[in-house]
Design a protein around this ligand. Structure first.
Ligand code: ARG
Length: 460
């Protein structure tokens, strides 16, 4: 049976390759060392290990940290994962006391702790980056509360709005993202350490102490749950997926707006790319990549949800598949936020083209209908049909409704024969925008109110 023979010879090597997580979970070295130092301190405080051994363990762990950071550390696949790699190296450095570190813990609560610490650290980093992006958007908004741009539904011209208001829509999305990261941080801020393999430990440990030393709010409650829980990882994946969806939507608009047909914005040269064959081209590769990268972070979320769905309690090795997707999503999110913030910060905004576009598509047609309802007590549905006639008349004249003079308006529909001249002011684009002064509406006045609310929020 030659096949069996081949397998036998390469068994150890293939198995190590398949089983090991070291080459991706070595990213967790900082969290692993931090967790081990806290655990050893707690063991010493509880009299489970001697103070002398604890000191040796801590000094050894700090040396390992230095070795890893200076590139001196020898990574061996036989160590299987970051936890064993560090423990094995600790034995080489300090000898016997290293063997006491793993008292009252298992790799199951150890990996859950390391990974939770990683997710919590990254959640804070992402919050900082989201805030920077929101600052830039609010800044653009402040400068453009009077810049008209066609508001669209179905990608068709609908009503005039101001560009600042448009930016605030995105600022609101990213603010919700920020709050989502903040709330998942609180929800997951519990230390699994000391849950041990699945059922807790007979040693007299103090899980509140380790939780405190690691900066968690408290220890997690049920050891059986804690040793196999990955909700914290799913939550950051979902938070990232949602935020990348928002990044993708603004990227889509940047791509459209920088097309010749729109001409609303230009990406600064630093963030635009050229074509290798068409010398005249300036391509929006950057927002296209931001839009494209959304795919992989969705994949990472669905991937982990699927890994977790059939697992019996408690730890199963399937769970080792949790890390790469999270690392990838986190790194994708961090660079995407940095890039989008820089793109927005350097965006060249063509207000002339934005305002010009407002004169296409009869953006103030609804204002005409609203005027007839408010001033002439005409039922809205009737006003709607009168307005349709006006739009048809304007089309025949090759004009936009906002450009009709009073004679043209009066001639456009029988019901408008005697309409007051004041109607002209209602059809003016800027007046139309400013008329929408309801809370959260697009008027310059209300946009400024909303900017103020944002600026207060950003201060805290
Ligand atoms: N490398 C493992 C992981 O990432 C660590 C936990 C291993 N625990 C175990 N009982 N095999 O999930």
């Amino acid at each position: 049976m030659p096949n069996k023979q081949i397998l036998k010879n390469t068994n150890a090597e293939i198995l190590n390759q398949f089983n090991a997580s070291l080459f991706f979970d070595k990213k967790l070295y900082r969290q692993d060392i931090k967790g081990s130092i806290a655990h050893s301190k707690m063991l010493a405080l509880q009299g489970i290990i001697s103070i002398d051994d604890q000191e040796k363990i801590e000094i050894g762990l700090l040396q390992i940290k230095e070795e890893i950071e200076s590139g001196e550390f020898t990574w061996k696949i036989e160590d299987e994962d970051i936890h064993m790699a560090i423990e094995n190296r600790l034995s080489q450095i300090i000898g016997a006391p290293a063997g006491r570190l793993h008292t009252a813990r298992s790799r199951n609560d150890q990996v859950a702790t390391d990974f939770t610490l990683y997710v919590q650290d990254k959640t804070l980093d992402i919050k900082v980056k989201l805030k920077k992006l929101i600052e830039v958007l609010v800044d653009i908004a402040s400068n453009h509360t009077e810049t008209l741009i066609p508001g669209m539904t179905h990608l068709q011209h609908a009503q005039p709005i101001n560009f600042g208001f448009h930016m605030l829509a995105y600022a609101n999305m990213f603010k919700r993202d920020f709050e989502r990261f903040a709330s998942s941080y609180e929800r997951n801020n519990y230390s699994p350490l000391g849950s041990a393999a699945l059922a807790g430990t007979p040693h007299n440990i103090d899980r509140f102490k380790t939780a405190e030393l690691l900066g968690f709010a408290a220890p997690s409650n049920c050891a059986l749950d804690s040793s196999s829980n990955r909700d914290f990882a799913l939550e950051i994946l979902f938070n990232i997926a949602t935020s990348m969806m928002h990044i993708s939507r603004i990227s889509e608009e940047l791509i459209l707006w920088s097309s010749y047909e729109f001409g609303f914005v230009k990406m600064s040269d630093e963030y635009a790319t050229t074509s290798s064959i068409m010398p005249q081209k300036k391509n929006p590769d950057v927002p296209e990549l931001l839009r494209g990268k959304t795919g992989r972070v969705y994949g990472n979320l669905i991937g982990l949800l699927t890994v977790m769905k059939g697992l019996p309690l408690a730890y199963n090795k399937d769970t080792q598949e949790d890390k790469e997707g999270v690392f990838d999503s986190v790194e994708t999110m961090e660079i995407s936020l940095d890039i989008l913030t820089a793109v927005m910060d350097t965006l060249i905004i063509n207000t002339t083209n934005m305002e010009k576009a407002c004169k296409i598509g009869h953006l103030t047609a609804t204002d005409l209908a609203d005027y007839l309802v408010q001033k002439q007590n005409i039922p809205f549905r009737t006003a709607y049909y009168i307005t349709k006639d006006v739009v048809a008349h304007a089309n025949r004249l090759g004009k936009d409704v906002s450009e009709l003079n009073i004679d043209e308006l009066r001639a456009s529909s029988e019901e408008l024969q005697n309409v007051s001249e004041e109607i002209i002011t209602y059809l003016d684009l800027r007046n139309s925008m400013n008329a929408r002064n309801s809370y959260g509406g697009t008027s310059t006045n209300e946009t400024n109110n909303q900017i103020k609310i944002f600026k207060d929020w950003l201060k805290n």
